[in-house]
Ligand binder design. Structure first.
Ligand SMILES: *Cc1c(COP(=O)(O)O)cnc(C)c1O
Length: 398
């Protein structure tokens, strides 16, 4: 029986010059981003400039994690304790966690069968909740119709925070994901598109929001050392009454990310080759359905979602176990108890009474999720796909 033996969680190594630079920084002892002389630019500041250039925005603030970048983004939009924040219900745990950490309350919005935020439900919940902010996760890299979304944002005068943890490098109608909202958050945690263990970015074009994020990130009165810096007057009236939440990135991590950024677009192309190969196999298989992706979406195929239409809900765990026995690691969001990285809204009990969202649960009940690390090659895709299709039709094999 064909067995696949590569781990689904193995990322590529850090480029050699990133490792040498990190070693140099360790030898220097200057790991803290503000540990530079006045005329020097720290590794973190260089990264902020380079990422802002890549993203095509004025400002980038490097952070300790993607979740922290989301928190800073919500604060930059003026979210206060008790405020309501609209958010699509299909996301990863750091998203409701960021809202909760601010003392705010999520207003969960349904998703559609193709994993996008349900725009009709968004319209309705925006009206009913009177919320001022939408925190939109482009979950698993699926980008909703941003033109229609923009109309709803405008209609309800919402501020938009984009969670681009899965869309770093992706675009909608040629515009980079992250450049549709007031602020965007990115993650450089190990399983995302660049890997520094932990880390993230907030990006924005807004002077005031950038200044707030810089001070909130923990800049002390050293904010002038930031890589992308709003005009001095943006700091004047906020610098003494904006708290330091201490979530900076350090020089070591910045060195690792700087070495990866020049390869990001090539890596996106490699991800998409693997994704497209999986897609070709799986979409042609009996009993598997993959929702079509919109033309305007330029995705990053670092994971794939598919539905096992031939299996009942009760049969899915057996299918997952059989695949796992043959080395194929699949994730299912339909299980009653959350496992590993949790993404089903009803498992976040600390949120209190969550609404019943039948469309979201129905979409997740049928969905299988698979990571696609860049350490896989085309042959690996073929083997994995054949194991998945075998296990879907085990009877046919006998
Ligand atoms: C990973 C992730 C984040 C942020 O994660 P960190 O581990 O805090 O960097 C936010 N949203 C989504 C959807 C994610 O997958």
């Amino acid at each position: 029986m064909l067995i696949f033996d590569k781990p689904f969680t193995q990322q590529e190594s850090i480029p050699e010059h990133g490792i040498s630079r990190a070693v140099e920084i360790m030898r220097s002892g200057r790991l803290h981003r503000y540990n530079v002389s006045a005329d020097e630019t720290s590794e973190v500041s260089l990264l902020e400039r380079e990422y802002a250039t890549y993203q095509g925005v004025k400002y980038c603030v490097a952070t300790a994690s993607g979740g922290q970048a989301i928190q800073l983004g919500l604060r930059a939009c003026g979210v206060r304790p008790g405020d309501k924040v609209l958010a699509n219900a299909y996301t990863l745990a750091p998203v409701p966690g960021a809202i909760h950490n601010l003392g705010a309350e999520p207003v969960l919005v349904e998703i559609t069968d193709d994993y996008h935020i349900d725009l009709n439900h968004l319209d309705e919940m925006a009206r009913r909740s009177n919320s001022q902010v939408l925190l939109l996760s482009h979950m698993r890299g699926h980008i909703a119709d941003m033109d229609s979304l923009a109309k709803i944002i405008k209609k309800h005068k919402l501020k938009l925070v984009e969670d681009c943890a899965h869309t770093m490098g992706a675009k909608w109608r040629g515009i980079r994901s992250g450049n549709f909202g007031d602020v965007a958050a990115f993650s450089t945690q190990t399983y995302k598109h660049m890997n520094s263990g932990e880390g993230g970015f907030l990006t924005t074009d807004d002077d005031e929001m950038a200044a707030r994020a810089i001070i909130n990130s923990g800049s002390y009165m050293l904010y002038e050392r930031h890589g992308t810096l709003p005009p001095q007057q943006a700091f004047e009236h906020i610098k003494l009454n904006t708290a330091n939440y201490s979530c900076r990135m350090d020089n070591l991590r910045a060195a690792l990310v700087r070495a990866q950024l020049p390869h990001l677009d090539d890596n996106v192309a490699r991800w998409n080759q693997l994704y497209d190969r999986f897609y070709a196999h799986l979409s042609a298989a009996d009993g598997i359905d993959i929702p079509a992706r919109p033309q305007a979406e330029f995705y990053v195929g670092s994971s794939i979602q598919f539905r096992t239409i031939g299996l009942s809900k009760a049969e899915i765990p057996t299918f997952i176990t059989r695949c796992a026995k043959r080395g194929v690691e699949l994730k299912w969001f339909g299980a009653d108890a959350p496992a590993a990285f949790t993404s089903r809204y009803d498992s976040w009990a600390y949120l209190g009474d969550v609404p019943h969202l039948p469309a979201t649960l129905a979409a997740l009940d049928k969905t299988i999720d698979m990571r696609i690390p860049l350490t896989f090659d085309g042959d690996d895709c073929d083997i994995i796909a054949s194991i998945i299709t075998d296990e879907l039709n085990p009877v046919a094999l006998c």
